[in-house]
Design a protein around this ligand. Structure first.
Ligand SMILES: Nc1ncnc2c1ncn2[C@@H]1O[C@H](COP(=O)(O)OP(=O)(O)OP(=O)(O)O)[C@@H](O)[C@H]1O
Length: 252
């Protein structure tokens, strides 16, 4: 069984059919790319997968569990986490607290534990600090733990967003243009990080990206979207040399 199975997905905004009859199957552990021209419907698909929008048609299933009708918070609990095209960190919080905020969805303690700072609360807090630092280490951000997120350089802010998404312990991580605005060195580093989180944390990744170097460098399988529907799917080598894709998207 595929980890993510999307069947006949569709949504309309007024008269605009933003996504139409979209199908995708992503196997566990796969590094999968969703590409296509501006306005093709890529981010709308992420919004459908994460419960920001409810589909007008079709089903979304993660690990056999149908996600239709669930809220974004419930979908996060079910195992899908995401980053955004425009960075959405808690800018006035520290790097460590940004990650801890995401860890909170897995911690259970009562209001009384928190209010009276009972031993259970302190134990959980210590555990959370340890986990957050562990995650920051993967992203080489642990030395910035006490800095405000707003003061990190751009490339590190993007990494912190991924670290925070990872902290919710997802089965599937959705990355919306993770390399946007990065210089070539930052992009190369990001590619290594994405590969590493897939390998070390056994996480499945679906990413939207316009940077073809990143896409062909790390994605094992691609779907090209055009006008809300699938134009082509396959390995990067096959898809990126497909004349239909070149005409519609790559524009050469
Ligand atoms: N909430 C909404 N209301 C109305 N139209 C919307 C809404 N969200 C998206 N759209 C429209 O749906 C279409 C697909 O947009 P979407 O942002 O998903 O494209 P995209 O492939 O992610 O583009 P880009 O690569 O530029 O980010 C566009 O025509 C967009 O204007």
């Amino acid at each position: 069984m595929a980890l993510l199975e999307v069947t006949n997905l569709g949504i309309s905004f007024g008269g605009l059919r933003a996504v139409d009859n979209f199908n995708i199957k992503i196997e566990k552990g796969q590094l999968y790319g969703l590409i296509g021209p501006n306005g093709a419907g890529k981010t709308t698909i992420f919004n459908l997968l994460t419960g920001v929008y409810q589909p007008t048609d079709g089903t979304i299933a993660l690990d056999g569990e149908v996600l239709n009708g669930k809220s974004p918070a419930q979908i996060c609990q079910s195992g899908i986490s995401r980053t955004f095209q425009n960075i959405r960190l808690f800018h006035e919080m520290t790097v460590l607290d940004n990650v801890k905020a995401a860890l909170h969805n897995q911690m259970t303690y009562s209001l009384a534990d928190t209010f009276f700072r009972l031993p259970k609360y302190r134990k959980k807090e210590d555990e959370m600090n340890r986990k957050a630092v562990e995650i920051l280490k993967v992203f080489d951000l642990d030395s910035h733990a006490d800095h405000l997120a707003a003061n990190l350089p751009y490339g590190k802010q993007r990494k912190l967003e991924i670290a925070r998404a990872l902290a919710t312990n997802p089965k599937l991580l959705l990355l919306d243009e993770p390399a946007a605005g990065m210089n070539p060195n930052e992009t190369a580093e990001l590619m290594d990080t994405i590969k590493l989180i897939r390998d070390q944390f056994d996480i499945t990744v679906l990413l939207i990206e316009h940077d073809m170097k990143l896409v062909s460098g790390i994605c094992e399988y691609l779907t090209v979207l055009n006008f809300g529907t699938e134009l082509a799917s396959g390995t990067p080598n096959v898809v990126l040399n497909n004349p239909v894709v070149i005409t519609a998207y790559l524009g050469e």
